[in-house]
Ligand binder design. Structure first.
Ligand code: C5P
Length: 218
């Protein structure tokens, strides 16, 4: 029997991570935050002194990532980097290294290995297209650019970071553009994905919608 997979893709700061985590928790499924792997790769490359544009060097870093996910916490080589990978700087680096085909290949199997019984909710940009094309439910979760910038802004303030709404809006736009235009695994809504626009929707409603779709197809 194949493992149940729910693939949730969408742009930055759309809330897909929170929704995916909650859905996984309700269903008792595993959770894959694939963006974290690209963020970890960007951070590890920086620590190793590798340029984010150096495909060979960054792919080697991705291949060798010594990562442990333990609930909310992530360690890299034994060091807790849960907060470090969430900075805007590393987010930008993640979208740069994610555009390199050899880096995506290096992280492919590591992502597929998350699909364990009883099931998995994976969130990212290419969950439904590349990593889990067999997923029983595919969701494209988005929100307007303004709503997403506002959410990221509040998230950063909530963490006590200095945040500038205009800079965040510009960063998100540049990141989205890079994710949509890249030749490998570009961000796009698949024909077999259901669209969930959360611009005017709270988390609970978004979670309930995905759970409803899951029940429909099970
Ligand atoms: O989702 P998150 O903002 O953490 O992802 C950081 C970056 O990693 C994204 O901007 C995107 O470029 C890249 N990414 C990707 N494919 C995924 C997940 C994330 O290219 N499956």
């Amino acid at each position: 029997m194949s493992i149940s997979v729910i693939a949730i893709d969408g742009p930055s700061a759309s809330g897909k991570g929170t929704v995916a985590q909650r859905v996984a928790s309700v269903l008792g499924f595993h959770y894959l935050d694939s963006g974290a792997l690209y963020r970890l790769t960007a951070l590890a490359a920086e620590k190793a002194g590798a340029d984010w544009a150096d495909e060979g060097a960054v792919a080697a870093v991705a291949e060798a990532l010594d990562v442990v996910f333990a609930g909310e916490a992530v360690t890299l080589g034994g060091e807790d980097v849960s907060l470090a990978i969430r900075s805007e700087h590393i987010g930008v680096g993640a979208s740069k290294v994610a555009a390199l085909p050899a880096v995506r290949t290096a992280l492919l199997q590591r992502q597929r290995d998350f699909a364990q019984a009883p099931g998995l909710v994976g969130d990212g940009r290419d969950m439904g297209e590349v990593i889990f094309p067999q997923a029983q439910l595919k969701v494209f979760l988005t929100a307007s650019a303004e709503a997403r910038a506002e959410r990221r802004y509040k998230q950063l303030l909530g963490r006590g970071e200095v945040a500038d709404l205009a800079a965040i809006t510009a960063d998100l736009a540049a990141r989205d553009e890079r994710d949509r235009q890249r030749p490998v695994a570009p961000l796009r809504q698949l024909p077999d994905a259901r669209l969930l626009d959360t611009t005017a929707m709270g988390i609970e409603e978004a979670v309930a919608t995905v759970l409803g779709w899951w029940q429909e197809q099970s």
